[in-house]
Design a protein around this ligand. Structure first.
Ligand SMILES: [Fe+2]
Ligand SMILES: [Fe+2]
Ligand SMILES: [Fe+2]
Ligand SMILES: [Fe+2]
Length: 433
């Protein structure tokens, strides 16, 4: 059924909620569908992005009438963010929440890549997919080792847990994150994908920025958050570089509100938790209200009709975690098989064996990693193997990459050193950590 939020009547921006309304009943971490947890994280990240975008916009406009409009909508975004954020229950630990963050990164990235028409965007999604996939595995091993929780129960056995592009290989020179932006006439779905994945990765980046140091079980765990947090900075840089950067502030505001409408409508279409479904429904109505305000402001200050930014407001195909469930696993296995050895190389991607010895990748990677034995993402697996004899995984079949099948030795060279040994910086780590 087609839905165009520009043609709907939205709620009033000023319909703010009181403290009681803002504090929802949290989900049950044992009983709630992992897909609901992913939707909560995604919408939390979306609200953060909207909120923060509106703050930045307010710092770049002079007209106080416009700044008052921004303040009103921004307060509403903040309320929405708060309500979603407190759906997380008190008894869910940082590491358990982290598993849901990385599961979301994996599942969302895969489902978008599968229907992405723009080659540059699809390649970026495929590329970072294998990295978040590896993060899930490293955190899952830490969780089992230090807390005795098997992450397969948290992800509902819907996402495989096994190595991807090894995290130690993901540390790259900053300019290699920057790709070509989408053109103004790019498909609406591609524009939505770049905005949504940027917000989701930014949410993960912020979560690690703020919560990593609060992991109180071990220094090794804190170091893992620190290391993976740096990769999320790379992912945000990668994804934001893809966005259509030709928009004015007001056009970009319109796109933000439209994206929120699209996401709430998508979440509402498949939510199984009735209480949370009511939140998505309420927020959709509010977002349609925001969208109309943004469209009015665009007319008032730039004399542009919204259709000059979004020609046809009818939603393209919706985001669906349920629909993706069938095909994501196979898709991820295919991407692993075909692209695990790629590294980012300025605006493209190159197989590590073809990267010149003089490349900045090797310089940066060696500099930040130092001795591989001291790299936390390796240390977690190394220690797990030392204690248990083999790593913790959840696989539905043999690993699609032969070099990543050995469960008794963490591969720290794949995607980082040339197979001919030409740039081997370190011997594989000893069990030091
Ligand atoms: Fe919002
Ligand atoms: Fe990640
Ligand atoms: Fe990521
Ligand atoms: Fe909004």
């Amino acid at each position: 059924m087609s839905f165009d939020p520009f043609r709907e009547k939205g709620g009033r921006v000023s319909a703010y909620e009181n403290w009681k309304q803002l504090y929802p009943r949290a989900y049950d971490k044992h009983a709630t569908d992992p897909k609901t947890k992913m939707r909560v994280i995604l919408m939390n990240g979306t609200e953060f992005e909207s909120q923060w975008f509106l703050h930045n916009m307010a710092r770049h406009v002079c007209d106080n009438d416009l700044r008052r409009e921004l303040a009103a909508v921004r307060r509403a975004e903040q309320q929405e963010q708060k309500k979603i954020s407190y759906l997380k229950p008190r008894d869910e630990t940082i590491l358990e929440t982290t598993i849901a963050y990385e599961q979301l990164a994996v599942e969302l990235t895969a489902l978008m890549a599968r229907c992405e028409k723009d080659t540059t965007v699809r390649r970026a999604l495929d590329f970072a997919l294998l990295e978040d996939f590896d993060h899930l595995y490293r955190y899952a091993d830490l969780l089992e080792m230090e807390c005795g929780v098997r992450a397969e129960t948290l992800v509902g056995k819907k996402t495989e847990i096994m190595p991807g592009r090894p995290t130690v290989s993901e540390h790259r020179d900053p300019p290699d994150d920057i790709k070509k932006p989408l053109p103004k006439n790019a498909p609406l779905l591609s524009k939505l994908h770049t905005m949504i994945i940027t917000a989701a990765e930014q949410q993960t980046m912020n979560f690690y920025m703020n919560c990593g140091a609060f992991y109180d079980v071990s220094d090794l765990g804190r170091k893992l958050f620190l290391e993976i947090g740096m990769i999320e900075e790379q992912h945000v840089s990668l994804y934001e570089s893809l966005q259509d950067a030709s928009t004015t502030w007001l056009e970009c505001w319109l796109m933000h509100e439209y994206t929120e409408c699209y996401l709430y409508y998508s979440m509402l279409a498949e939510e199984t938790d009735e209480k949370i479904k009511a939140i998505w429904s309420d927020h959709l109505e509010r977002e349609i209200g925001h969208l109309h305000v943004a469209a009015r402001m665009l007319e008032k200050y730039e004399h542009k009709h919204y259709s000059q930014v979004i020609a046809d407001g009818t939603f393209p195909e919706l985001i669906s975690f349920s629909a993706a469930e069938g095909g994501n696993m196979e898709y991820i296995r295919k991407v692993l098989r075909n692209t695990v050895e790629l590294t980012a190389d300025r605006e493209g991607y190159t197989n590590i064996s073809d990267v010149p010895e003089s490349s900045e990748f090797f310089r940066y990677n060696r500099r930040v990693n130092g001795a591989v034995a001291n790299v936390a993402s390796h240390g977690v697996i190394d220690r797990y193997i030392a204690e248990a004899g083999e790593d913790y995984r959840f696989q539905t079949g043999a690993h699609p990459v032969s070099q990543l099948r050995d469960r008794t030795c963490d591969n720290t060279e794949l995607g980082r050193t040339k197979p001919d040994g030409g740039s081997k910086p370190e011997k594989r780590g000893s069990r030091k950590n």
